[in-house]
Design a binder for this molecule. Structure first.
Ligand SMILES: *[C@@H]1O[C@H](CO)[C@@H](O)[C@H](O)[C@H]1NC(C)=O
Ligand SMILES: *[C@@H]1O[C@H](CO)[C@@H](O)[C@H](O)[C@H]1NC(C)=O
Length: 164
């Protein structure tokens, strides 16, 4: 066999995670990350963020995304950031549960509302999760759970054939 068992298992597990997790939420939808006239608190209201999902911040010009703690968030204070990105197409992977705080690097714009706080939870079973709203572009939790169950079954079958 060309691939050692361990790397095959690794790829299978990665494939599984790719389906279970990894929803990408574009912050502000078509508005992106901009300095006024958009309500980011409303945008995040009916969304359910899980570990493994990512946020995509899209913006033009010399803006930035600064991840800070709660206190710095409240004061739009960019000193001591947890993370800072500038590309204009910034993906932030939500890699652990908790409360995340993001602000723009421009204090003035942050004061006007260009900031976002979200809670990230461990993935829950679909029956316990709130049903996704139909008009939102949030990924369908139900179908990805079904696919991951299917994949899980495949992994078990493949693993048992490898070790046989
Ligand atoms: C911003 O935060 C730093 C600590 O990271 C603090 O020393 C500074 O006083 C804060 N500035 C304002 C304006 O709150
Ligand atoms: C922005 O990043 C996303 C995800 O990494 C990628 O799919 C997309 O093509 C990028 N867009 C541009 C304009 O670079």
């Amino acid at each position: 066999m060309a691939l050692p068992k361990s790397s095959m298992i690794f790829f299978l597990v990665m494939a599984m995670f790719g389906v279970c997790y990894g929803a990408v939420y574009k912050v502000g939808d078509s508005e992106g990350w901009r300095y006024k006239g958009f309500d980011y608190q409303a945008w995040r209201l009916n969304k359910h963020f899980s570990v493994g999902d990512s946020l995509l911040f899209v913006y033009k010009g010399k803006d930035s995304v600064v991840q800070v703690d709660r206190k710095h968030y409240e004061y739009c204070n960019t000193t001591d950031p947890i993370k800072e990105t500038y590309s204009g197409n910034d993906t932030i992977v939500l890699d652990k549960p908790g409360h995340y705080f993001f602000i723009t690097g421009y204090k003035r714009h942050c004061d006007k509302g260009q900031r976002l706080d979200i809670r990230v939870e461990l993935p829950t079973s679909p029956s316990l999760a709130p049903s996704p709203s139909h008009k939102s572009d949030a990924p369908s939790i139900q179908s990805s759970a079904a696919i991951s169950a299917l994949l899980m079954a495949m992994v078990v079958i493949i693993l048992s054939s490898i070790t046989a």
